[in-house]
Design a protein around this ligand. Structure first.
Ligand code: HPA
Length: 270
């Protein structure tokens, strides 16, 4: 596995002229942030040795190397989900590649269901913490000591510094943000009404099928993380909710400009 990670990183490194300390993972319907980047290189995943390839509709699979908010940024346009059949090692493979490339700050975005009854479709939620309900842990198995400790702490999975900065930036831009706990589930079915209610009881504010594995692996290797959910379907009345992938994509597409503006501001002031 380490050899594959190194080979992938060696291939990408040829396209990096300077230091790249910031990476962004773009979630469902949120890939257009890359259109606001000054793109230096666009590497389709299928051209990168050992990189998995994304299969889900609405996720293009490209690694974008360029500038965003005045900084060098590597963006993943499209990510790998556990429900697609990838192992947890594959889902989190790009994070370790990024680590070898020198990335220190990881920004993740996702389209999520709003579990908190006060949330509405289109809201942006800064992730303050998460609950991991995936059936397999991404760090299960022999520890990769090259990357981090066997029992990594998750007390500050999401950087307090970046959460504070996001609030300052949201104020400055006049963007209304929510904050809350993200729950990661395997999917691919959306939740039943009973499950949405249960997620509320256990302390969740938003739910989706990604992010948690990547953040765990990023924290294992010492990256500072910032996460944002675009609430695509509010589940205030769980019995009435109808969630569909098209709806998720439509809402995330329309909330995308605000998220892009906020990410740009945070990254430029970081
Ligand atoms: N549940 C799980 N994943 C999601 C949802 C949801 O309601 N909305 C967008 N991704």
């Amino acid at each position: 596995m380490l050899k594959k990670i190194k080979d992938s990183a060696d291939f990408i490194r040829k396209y990096l002229d300077e230091e790249y300390e910031t990476a962004i993972i773009l979630g469902s319907g949120l890939g257009a942030l890359a259109d606001s980047m000054e793109v230096h290189h666009r590497l389709p995943y299928k051209e990168i040795p050992f990189f998995p390839v994304s299969t889900v509709e609405g996720h293009s699979g490209n690694l974008i190397i360029g500038k965003f908010g005045g900084r060098n940024v590597i963006a993943m346009q499209g990510r790998f989900h556990y429900y697609e059949g990838y192992s947890m090692k594959e889902v989190t493979f790009p994070i370790r590649v990024m680590k070898l490339l020198g990335v220190k700050h990881l920004f993740v975005s996702n389209a999520a269901g709003g579990v908190n009854p006060t949330f509405r479709a289109g809201d942006l939620m800064v992730i303050t913490d998460h609950i991991n309900l995936f059936p397999e842990h991404p760090l299960r198995g022999k520890n990769m000591d090259e990357f981090g400790a066997r029992f990594p702490s998750m007390t500050e999975a999401y950087s307090k510094r970046l959460i504070r900065l996001s609030e300052t930036c949201a104020d400055a831009l006049g963007i209304n943000i929510k904050k809350g706990v993200f729950v990661g589930l395997q999917g691919p079915s959306f939740e039943t009404p009973a499950e949405y209610k249960w997620l509320r009881i256990i302390g969740g504010d938003a739910v989706a099928m990604s992010t948690v594995p990547e953040v765990i692996v990023a924290r294992h290797c010492g990256m500072e993380c910032f996460g944002m959910s675009v609430i695509t379907n509010a589940t205030a009345s769980p019995e009435e909710i109808t969630t569909s992938h098209t709806e998720v994509q439509d809402v995330s597409n329309s909330s995308q400009p605000a998220m892009t503006a906020l990410f740009r501001e945070i990254i430029s002031r970081m």
